[in-house]
Design a binder for this molecule. Structure first.
Ligand SMILES: [Zn+2]
Length: 282
C-alpha cells in the first residue's frame, strides 16, 4: 500500500516524490537524498505563498490543510556549508545536548514511531524541505516501515532509539548493547543503512551507554535542548531562545504537523536555519 498514490496532492509533487522513491530503490544509500535535499533546501521548488503575499480570500488555503501548513513556513537564511564536528577517539560516543557548533543552524528530531504517524507529515517535509532525523524504536519501524521509508525518500534520516524504549542508565553492558545493537541491526535490515546516531530513551544514560552505543556504530549520542508538543516549544535552557547547534525533540504524535511548524518558526525567530544532523556528525 502506498499513501503516495492515495493522498490528494498536486500531481507534480506526486511525481517528484515518486522520483525520489525511485532513486531510493536504485541507490539505497542516503547520500543521494541528502545532497538532493541540501541543494533544494534554500529554494523550495513548490512555490510557498507567505502570509505577507496577501492572497485573495478564495485562494487562501483551508486552515490546517497541507497548503496552509506550507504557507506558514517562514523563509530561512540559506543554510551554511556544513562543517562536521570533530569526534572523540576514546572508544565511547560523545553525549551532546546540542551540537558543538557556532554555525547558524538547529536540528529537528522526531522520536519513537509507535504512537501516531500523521500521513500529511510526508508531504509537509517534502514541500517545505524540512530536514528531520528520526530516532525510531525498531519494532515501530518494522511495523510501519512504508511510512518511514516515505519520509526517508523526502530527505529524512532514520536513527536508533533502542528496541524496547526502556531506561538504560544503570543497566549492564550486555543489556544496553542488546538494546542498542539489536535496534541498529534491525533498522539496518529495514532501511539499508546502519544508524550512526543514538538517542537513549528519556535521555537517561551512563558511561556504559556511551561505550555500548560506540560499539554498535553510533558516532554520537544526543539529548535535546528544546521539546515541542502540541505546537508549543518548551525550552530546557535559560536563554529561552534557540541557539546554534540546538536540538529540538518532538515525537510521532497526532500533532506532529503543528510541532514541525512551531519548531520551524522558533528556529526562524532565532535567526537560524534548520539543517540535517547527519551532515554535521560524519
Ligand atoms: Zn522515546
Amino acid at each position: 500500500m502506498s499513501a503516495i498514490t492515495t493522498r490528494r496532492i498536486p500531481a507534480v509533487v506526486t511525481l517528484l516524490a515518486l522520483l525520489a522513491l525511485t532513486a531510493c530503490a536504485v541507490s539505497p544509500g542516503h547520500a543521494t537524498h541528502a545532497r538532493q535535499f541540501t541543494a533544494a533546501q534554500p529554494t523550495p521548488s513548490a512555490p510557498a505563498p507567505t502570509p505577507s503575499a496577501s492572497p485573495s480570500a478564495t485562494a487562501k488555503p483551508a486552515f490546517k490543510s497541507l497548503a496552509w501548513y506550507v504557507s506558514q513556513v517562514p523563509t530561512f537564511p540559506e543554510a551554511p556549508q556544513p562543517q562536521p564536528v570533530p569526534l572523540p577517539t576514546t572508544g565511547s560516543a560523545p553525549f551532546w545536548h546540542r551540537l558543538p557548533t557556532d554555525q547558524k543552524v538547529a536540528f529537528i528530531t522526531i522520536d519513537d514511531g509507535g504512537l501516531a504517524r500523521p500521513p500529511g507529515v510526508i508531504d509537509f517535509i517534502w514541500e517545505a524541505r524540512i530536514p528531520v532525523t528520526m530516532f525510531l524504536n525498531s519494532p515501530a519501524a518494522a511495523e510501519h516501515t512504508d511510512y518511514f521509508r516515505q519520509i526517508e525518500a523526502v530527505g529524512g534520516i532514520v536513527e536508533n532509539h533502542t528496541i524496547n524504549h526502556n531506561s538504560l542508565a544503570g543497566r549492564s553492558y550486555d543489556y544496553q548493547k542488546q538494546e542498542i545493537c539489536g535496534a541498529a541491526d534491525r533498522l539496518e535490515g529495514l532501511f539499508g543503512k546502519r544508524p550512526t546516531l543514538f538517542r537513549p530513551p528519556f535521555g537517561e544514560h551512563d558511561s556504559t551507554t556511551l561505550k555500548a552505543a560506540h560499539d554498535c556504530g553510533a558516532k554520537a549520542v544526543f539529548h535535546w535542548t528544546e521539546t515541542v508538543h502540541e505546537g508549543k516549544v518548551r525550552y530546557q535552557t535559560p536563554e529561552k531562545v534557540i541557539q546554534p547547534g540546538d536540538v529540538l525533540l518532538m515525537h510521532f504524535r497526532p500533532a506532529l504537523m503543528d510541532d514541525l511548524l512551531a519548531a520551524l518558526k522558533a528556529i526562524h525567530r532565532a535567526g537560524l536555519t534548520p539543517a540535517l544532523l547527519e551532515q554535521y556528525v560524519r
